[in-house]
Design a protein around this ligand. Sequence first.
Ligand code: SAH
Length: 363
Amino acid sequence: MSALGEILARRIAAEGPMRLDHYMAECLLNPAHGYYATRDPFGATGDFITAPEISQMFGELLGLALAQVWLDQGAPARFLLVEPGPGRGTLMADMLRAIRAVPGMQEAAEIHLIEASPTLRAVQRARLAGHPVTWHDGIETLPEGPLYLVANEFLDALPIRQFERRGAGWAERQVGLDAEGHLTPGLAPPVPLERLAGRLEDTAEGDVVEICAGAVSFVEEVAQRVARHGGLAIFIDYGNWRSLGDTFQALRAHAPESPWVNPGAADLTAHVAFEPLAAAARAAGARPSAMTPQGVLLERLGITARAERLARGLAGAVLEAHIAAHRRLTHPEEMGHLFQTLAVTPETAPLPPGFDPASPDPL
Ligand code: SAH
């Protein structure tokens, strides 16, 4: 077992089973042994690859979407350009390059990154050299001002709890020890839960429902700021409208593995449920868009025209990789449909480009 595995096993032996969100937070963010705290997990030699690392087109198109919204909202002379969980800084670098084409926009942008990992902060600092950047541990310390925020694969890293349906109650999944002292999942006794009362209608005995309180409170805070000062937030992640089923997964060297064997050494994620995020945005006084598939969004933002333009300068294997990247980002059988997007704007602002309006009363 990993060093962190031994620490957690000792804690469970002394204190009893751990909640899944506490386990996930330790595995990802423990300062000495956590996954993000200790490494750069991206790329071919890492554990996974994300859309901005697949192609520069991803960040360019999102940057231009932000530019359209900035112009639509009166081109404020100062605004916060914010990315939570910026990984290697590639998305931010690509967005900044794209918005350079819009007079005055880059000068108006104050760049703020929310990043828990010291290792990745160093990578971001190098990648964004030449741009003044402020780092934050969380959203609370962001200054006030019009907020332009893009979050790609950030919410899926926030810790979840899982509940298994038992009659009219819910048994929480937790992490305990087996007879040999190895970490193993178990269930707490079922209890009725007010916050899952609405899910008794669309679930059956044994179904699993996930709750990510961190994602909901993050979106709520973002939406309050957008409602107060204007701007836009775009959330992109794999997920669905509503949580149903166990989506907790561990990934190491591009392959899934058991989340209990190598705590701290594998990436842990869960699918994002967008309905609670849209509801939080609306409750905060902002306007959520409809959930829109990534492939549809990128097509509407013009990825095909951009791909053709870039292809003109390419040949051979590089051209083939470029064509494959376009397909990977947009095709329904690749990331195009698995990944979903949600935009949040002030109630009175025009809808951002590429997004469908929410149906009148979806919640
Ligand atoms: N957006 C990037 C990286 C996604 S990986 C991309 O698309 O490539 C998740 C990122 O979120 C990493 O940078 C990780 O260090 C960061 N992260 C995870 N949990 C976090 C937390 N609780 N607070 C701040 N950053 C976090």
